[in-house]
Structures are given as C-alpha cells and as structure tokens.
Design a protein around this ligand. Structure first.
Ligand code: PLP
Length: 394
C-alpha cells in the first residue's frame, strides 16, 4: 500500500476525528521521524509531549522486551511486582503517599474528581461535589474531565456534561477566591497550561491557591499530564513554586510512548477510598508499569533534568533572536514553550511539514514546542533556522 492508498483507507475505515497531514510516518530515530517516502522531520511534537526519550531508544526497547517476556496482564485482582515498584518510586520522589494507576490522562483525571468527592463524603460533607477549574484548561474528553475543560467546541456537542464545574480566570487569585465555596470539592489546574496556549501559572498563583484551599477546606488537584515528568526541567512542574497538591495526575511520557495514567495522592485522600469503590481492568498492569519504572528512573535522574533546563534555556534564548513581526510572545518553562503569533499557527505547522519539521498548535495562534526531552542544542539550532525561514515567508 502506498501513502495515498493508506490515506484513502484511513478516510474509509476510521472515524474522522482528526485532520492529519498527507504523509505516513513509518519510523523514528532519536528526535527525528521519517515518512514512507523517507523524508526526515525534526520532531518538536513528540506525540503530543509523550516521547520524552525520543524514538528507537535502545534502553527503552530492552525494557519493553524484558516486560514482554514477563506477565502481560493479570488484572488488578492480583498482586504483581512491577506495579508496586513503580508506585514506590513515584511516592519516593513526590509529595504523594499512594498511587492509583489508570490507562490515560483523562482516566486519571476522572479518578481524581471521584476521589476528591469521596474525600469530602467520607467526612460527612455531602454538599462538597463541585469543582473550580480555569479558563484555558484542558483535562480530557470524558464527561467529567471534559466538564472541567474550558472549550465550547469540545463540550457543546456532548452536553449535558457533569454539572458543578465553575471556571475562573487563570492566574487570577481574586477570581479563584470568589469561585471557591463551601461546595467546592477541589480546585483543578495545570501548573503549565498546555492545550490552552502554553501558559505557566505564576508561583504566586499556585501558592495562593494552596492557601485558599487550606483555608476553605477544598482539595487541590494538579494536572501534570503534560507539564510533569521533567518537561519543565524539574520532575514536577509545581516544584518551581514550592507548593504541593493533594492529588496529581500523570500520563503522557510516563511509559515512554505506551499508554499509562497515574493518580498520586496524599494519605488523607487515599484513606477515603475503600475496596471496590473504584477500579480499572488494565490500569497499572505488570508490562506497562515495568516499562514505566525504567522510563521514570531515567527521567528523574538530576542530570537528565539539568539537561532539560539547559536545553530549554537555550531554546528560549534562540527564539528571542528570531526577528519576526509575527511573534507576539514566547512563554513557557523548560522544553514546554509556546510561540504566540499574530496569525493562524496552522499555517506554520503546514509549512513546517514541507521543511521537515513536526510542529503542533495550541489553540489558534500558538505554536507549541514540546520536543523529546533528549533534544540537543544542535537540534534547537535546526528548529530556529527552519522556524525563522517559515515566519519570514508568511
Ligand atoms: N490533561 C492534560 C493537561 C492534557 O494535556 C491531556 C492530553 O492532552 C489530558 C489531560 C488528557 O490525557 P489523555 O489524552 O491521555 O486522555
């Protein structure tokens, strides 16, 4: 089957939920992917902030092979060792005391919302069922996580969604103060908003939210599905602000490109959940958690994190050298950077394909740079060269 035949077959056999560019990716190497015609692309999308270790990583391949030779699946009805080992590692390196494993980010978010409600119910506070989320948020596509996602386009076709979510302006502590009531189960936010346009929360905002939640008895949920696991140069994005949440969700890079989700929580939250109250068939299976432990051990290495900080700083510095009237703002942290333009960012991603550059957008006007975390300075130079030429053409 050639590329055109495959594209035609995709249109025939797959539900059309994505607008894909007209080439077929077949393999990857480091920070590059190749299409069926052999064309090479510098990948600054990383499967939407997933492929932290890039492509064809030999250690990751070995971890997958080893895991494949062991138990694949037993269900959560039985004890298995890799799940416990990964949970132990996550707890050792975070605020959390306990972990619940899921399969995707949205499933981890759904769990976070359920656990938050249960926490209050366990205390006899039956009215605390609401959530405060923020403008520009993205938390997933299931009915609960979608209700906390600030997008008319994503929400409208599927209403009614889960009721009880109030939205406040991001980075606006007064708005949050007005929104958090005695009916708020939890405040939910991304320490760096991803889909919404790459907006980092200010340290003062995160600290203020922590204080407000303490004061008013609401839980604080950090969605680090996109910004966590080293992406900002620290293991957890909230470390920059020096505050911790009550619950934190993870997914995307945790198993290096295989599907996993995780919900980390304090003992106080974990104590409210009892046997049989929540579950999943596949979540935290031995194969996936064994691979994820190998990925986690590498990403959480301080040398790896220092590399992300250094490359991220270099990226920021080089972006500031692009002299284009189309650039309105560059913002982000580590290797999570948004370039806000005065035009449709889709025009840039399209021209990127022609020049051998994979880019993605965040909302209409932001080019979102979330490359593999193994990106080197020479790759940054290549990106800047290509991006500069694209902007000059527009
Ligand atoms: N939360 C954030 C911050 C995300 O970026 C995403 C995915 O883009 C999700 C939740 C949903 O994760 P998933 O697509 O794995 O369900």
């Amino acid at each position: 089957m050639n590329s055109q035949q495959l594209i035609d077959a995709e249109k025939k056999y797959l539900a059309q939920t994505y607008a894909r560019p007209p080439f077929v990716l077949t393999r990857g190497e480091g920070v590059y992917v190749f299409d069926a015609e052999g064309k090479k692309y510098l990948d600054c999308a990383a499967g939407i902030a997933v492929n932290a270790l890039g492509y064809n990583d030999p250690e990751l391949a070995r971890a997958i092979q080893n895991a494949a030779n062991g138990l694949l699946h037993t269900s959560n009805l039985f004890y298995t060792e890799p799940q416990v080992a990964l949970a132990h590692a996550l707890v050792d390196r975070s605020f959390a005391d306990k972990v619940f494993f899921a399969n995707t980010g949205t499933e981890a978010m759904e769990g976070a919302m359920k656990f938050a409600r249960k926490y209050h119910r366990e205390r006899g506070d039956m009215n605390r069922t609401g959530f405060v989320a923020f403008r520009g948020s993205f938390h997933g596509r299931t009915m609960g996580s979608l209700a906390a996602t600030d997008s008319e386009k994503y929400q409208t076709p599927f209403r009614p969604l889960m009721p009880g979510v109030t939205f406040a302006n991001f980075n606006d502590l007064d708005a949050a103060r007005a929104a958090i009531t005695h009916e708020t189960a939890a405040v939910i936010l991304e320490p760096v908003q991803g889909e919404g346009g790459v907006y980092p929360a200010t340290d003062a905002f995160l600290r203020g939210l922590r204080e407000l939640c303490n004061e008013r008895g609401a839980l604080l949920i950090f969605d680090e599905i996109q910004c966590g696991m080293g992406r900002t140069g620290k293991l957890w994005a909230h470390e920059h602000a020096g505050v911790t949440p009550d619950l934190m969700t993870l997914a995307k890079p945790l198993a290096g490109g295989l599907p996993i989700g995780a919900l980390l929580m304090t003992q106080a939250v974990a104590s409210a959940i009892h046997v049989g109250e929540h579950g999943t068939t596949f979540g935290g299976g031995p194969m996936i958690t064994s691979v994820a432990l190998s990925v986690f051990n590498r990403i959480s290495d301080p040398k790896f994190l220092a590399h992300v900080t250094e490359t991220g700083n270099y990226l920021m510095e080089r972006l500031s050298e692009i002299n284009s009237p189309h650039i309105k703002e560059v913002r982000g942290r580590g290797l999570m950077v948004g370039v806000e333009l005065d035009l449709d960012a889709g025009k840039v991603t399209e021209k990127g394909y022609a020049r051998g550059l994979l880019l993605i957008k965040a909302r209409e006007r932001v080019v979102r740079l979330v490359p593999p975390l193994i990106l080197q300075k020479s790759h940054v130079d290549e990106l800047i060269d290509k991006l500069g030429k694209i902007l000059a053409e527009l």
